[in-house]
Write a protein that binds this ligand. Structure first.
Ligand SMILES: NC(=O)C1=CN([C@@H]2O[C@H](COP(=O)(O)OP(=O)(O)OC[C@H]3O[C@@H](n4cnc5c(N)ncnc54)[C@H](O)[C@@H]3O)[C@@H](O)[C@H]2O)C=CC1
Ligand SMILES: O=C(O)CCC(=O)C(=O)O
Length: 411
């Protein structure tokens, strides 16, 4: 199912549970602004290449719009729209003073040199610089981007507006990035997993985990889960998949992946078909790569009892229904992966205050936000007698709806 159709469907289900009127529903759904730009750059060989970039600003009722920028060949306007909307609900679940936005460029970053990536990022920034800003829209990393991408955006933006560290988050520490931001989404996934397992009388220790994606989110989640005694038995990325039923040695896998740019060829496990990763026998499945990977084609085959959505929209609504009938507990993306944007908020606060927190404070605050988020979601589940996804959606939509009405925007 198309990502936007799926996201709109979840929003509408939550809106019905909350009894929102149709005018308010419409004003919450329609994006504030959709930007599409053509980015033409000289390649290293002297030829010209053109890439399409998007930034969708979904909602700013609760504060500046916030969300990552993705570099991936499959970036398309509907998906960016869905991801921007999910950011609005995610920042509301986390109860941080932001709205939602998302951006992306349709390109394959692994096929571009570092200097081509820099030129592309600078051209994209030149085209959108007057529409982003510390108090309007604050980008951050997502798939295929990272601290260096944010450094280029910061530098290019600052040429037009003066030095503005808080215009992006997820920056290198030397340019005002926050300690702990790199690990934050994976750390948030750990705290979220602990919260939901605890609810079922279980703990991370001793559970068997399977993780799809070994980039920023998947690798940090694997490291922190294994440090807590969780047994990570299979991991995949774009290069391949590795399995060891006794538990993979995650520090060695991290070294291998850094050296070989992927998990393929790791000797501490057996190579398996990456397509089978989601249906491997395990207790907890952590999708941490692309959207839409859990769908009606594979939902019936899933053996995990818990799914922790570290990726954005990994499960489509048809799979949701199938998994619900099977009794699988799904911790939804807008809560499970909110650790990243939460520490982005801490970074923005530190930049505005001109005061740097130590890492212990960042991690302690993150844990408080994740624990509070789970409690708030659970309360909505009880009030509306619904699953965790609808608990998170009703919590978020209700908060954004209240801000919208208070600002007099619903008409
Ligand atoms: N970076 C962040 O702070 C946040 C990221 N997310 C979401 O988490 C997910 C992962 O993002 P990052 O780790 O930042 O990206 P990344 O670019 O650092 O890593 C992506 C990983 O997915 C793997 N991958 C790509 N296609 C795959 C496929 N077909 N099968 C298996 N693995 C595949 C890549 O090889 C890589 O290991 C995305 O859905 C993103 O939107 C969500 C919240 C915050
Ligand atoms: O850190 C941020 O501002 C946003 C991260 C992001 O894109 C996401 O949570 O999906």
């Amino acid at each position: 199912m198309n990502a936007l159709v799926a996201t709109n469907r979840n929003f509408k289900l939550a809106s019905r549970l909350l009894g929102l009127d149709s005018k308010l529903e419409k004003s919450l759904l329609i994006p504030f602004r959709e930007i599409k730009v053509e980015c033409t750059i000289p390649k290293d060989d002297g030829t010209l290449a053109s890439y399409v970039g998007f930034r969708v600003q979904h909602d700013n009722a609760r504060g500046p719009m916030k969300g990552g920028i993705r570099y991936h060949p499959e970036v398309d306007p509907d998906e960016v729209n869905a991801l921007a909307q999910l950011m609005t609900w995610k920042t509301a679940v986390a109860n941080i003073p932001y709205g939602g936005a998302k951006g992306g460029i349709g390109c394959n970053p692994s096929e571009l040199s570092l200097s081509e990536l820099e030129r592309l990022t600078r051209v994209f920034t030149q085209k959108i610089h007057d529409l982003i800003g510390t108090h309007t829209d604050v980008p951050a990393p997502d798939m295929g981007t990272g601290p260096q991408t944010m450094a280029w955006i910061l530098d290019e933006y600052s040429k037009f507006h003066g030095y503005s560290p808080a215009v992006v988050t997820g920056k290198p520490i030397d340019l005002g990035g926050s300690l702990g931001r790199d690990a934050a989404t994976g750390r948030g996934v750990l705290y979220a997993t602990e919260a939901v397992l605890n609810e079922y009388g279980k703990s991370v220790s001793g559970q068997r985990f399977v993780i799809q994606g070994f980039g920023n989110v998947g690798s940090w989640a694997a490291k922190l889960i294994s440090e807590k005694g969780g047994k990570v038995i299979a991991v995949s990325d774009v290069t391949g998949a590795i399995k060891n039923t006794n538990g993979l040695d995650i520090p060695s896998l991290l070294n291998h992946s850094k050296e070989h740019k992927g998990v393929k060829g790791f000797r501490g496990g057996d190579s398996i078909d990456p397509k089978s990763i989601l249906v491997e026998d395990c207790d907890v499945l952590v999708p941490a790569a692309l959207g839409g990977v859990i769908n009606r084609e594979n939902a019936n085959e899933i053996k995990a009892k818990f799914i922790i959505e570290a990726a954005n929209h990994p499960t489509d609504p048809e799979a949701d229904e199938i998994l619900k009938k099977k009794g699988v507990v799904i911790l939804p993306d807008i809560y499970a992966n909110s650790g990243g944007v939460t520490v982005s908020y801490f970074e923005w606060v530190q930049n505005i205050q001109g005061f740097m927190w130590d890492e212990e404070k960042v991690n302690n605050e993150l844990q408080k936000y994740m624990t509070r988020g789970f409690k708030d979601v659970k309360e909505m589940c009880q009030t509306h007698e619904c699953d965790l996804r609808m608990g998170a959606f009703t919590l978020a939509v209700n908060r954004v709806a209240r801000a919208t009405v208070l600002r007099g925007w619903e008409a």
